[in-house]
Design a protein around this ligand. Structure first.
Ligand code: BDR
Ligand code: CA
Length: 310
């Protein structure tokens, strides 16, 4: 099978960690590099969390780089109420057994894309600062990007404000640069990702796999699930894993073509992804937007991936 080369840009985070496991355990994709950004927590912590997760499952040969510590215009706000003080509370993970590369996130993306014989798919799952910086600094490499499959945005509703999703709300200017890049884009929006949840019963199936990755998944869900139960969500939504799942099997999602543009100036709506599926704005369609997910098939995909790992 021809594996699709991908780069994950993340702010690890519980659902980011599970997205990494999905990528590493799926034969359809090859994780070429991981870059990290400020988002759920400060970048020093999201970088460290990424190294800890990879080390825990014995993956120490993938280059990991530290990226943006701040955003284009807006101050950073961490989400410790969701992910805890460390940004990845819950599982007790040992210190990483390897370090990151001595390149910035953007340099690592540039190097990986430049050296690749095949086009690369980018899977961002945090604020889009690193990706926007890459878009601005390496326009010659954009034809080598197969697609950007990002977790972020929403057509209806939000989780950081009544209308804005956390990742696009953190760095709206970066999101706008990416949306205008001309690269094919899948927006794995809250409209579907809230339905890509794992129930308490399913969580126990992961634990019962008995390998490190399965137990880690269950322990991540123990912590993450508590927050989501408290706020009335159906289960623990695997927002970020959708960005990878949509690359592995786009048919899992109900997609609609749309123009997505950032609201940068609204008094109450800044960071919102205005999503035009009817063409009323006359703006060019730039995204495939997820509006639904086959939840059970998604959970099975994740289950098989986790089973394939240590
Ligand atoms: C996004 O916000 C973060 O807290 C999650 O990791 C995910 O990327 C969901 O809105
Ligand atoms: Ca994330």
């Amino acid at each position: 099978m021809n594996k699709r080369p991908i780069i994950i840009d993340c702010d690890t985070g519980h659902d980011d960690a599970i997205a990494l496991l999905l990528a590493l355990g799926s034969p359809e994709v090859e994780l070429k590099a991981v870059t990290t950004t400020a988002g759920n927590n400060v970048v020093d912590k999201t970088f460290h969390n990424t190294l800890k997760v990879l080390s825990h499952i014995g993956v120490t040969d993938i280059p990991v780089a530290k990226g943006a510590e701040s955003f284009f215009f807006q101050p950073h706000k961490i989400a410790d109420h969701v992910h805890g003080d460390s940004g990845l509370d819950g599982p007790e993970l040992a210190e990483p057994s390897f370090g990151g590369v001595k390149l910035s996130a953007v340099e690592l993306i540039e190097k990986t894309v430049r050296e690749s014989a095949e086009k690369i798919t980018l899977c961002p799952m945090g604020p889009l600062t690193n990706i926007a910086t890459f878009v601005l600094s390496c326009p010659d490499l954009l034809p080598k990007i197969e697609r950007i499959s990002f977790m972020g945005g929403s057509a209806v509703g939000g989780n950081a404000s009544p209308v804005a999703e956390f990742n696009t709300w953190q760095d709206p200017e970066a999101a706008q640069i990416v949306l205008k890049s001309g690269v094919p884009i899948t927006m794995c929006s809250l409209d579907a990702t809230f339905d890509a949840y794992i129930t308490a019963e399913e969580k126990e199936r992961f634990r019962q796999i008995g390998n490190k990755a399965g137990i880690l998944t269950a322990e991540l869900l123990d912590f993450f699930g508590k927050f989501h139960a408290k706020v009335g969500n159906k289960g623990a939504p695997m927002h970020d894993a959708c960005a990878v799942a949509a690359v592995i099997n786009p048919a899992l999602f109900e997609m609609k073509r749309a123009n997505v543009s950032m609201d940068l100036n609204g008094t109450f709506t800044r960071g919102c992804t205005t999503t035009d599926i009817t063409g009323v704005t006359g703006r060019k369609q730039n995204c495939d937007v997820t509006f639904g997910v086959d939840r059970e098939a998604f959970v099975e995909l994740l289950y098989s991936a986790v089973k394939n790992l240590q």
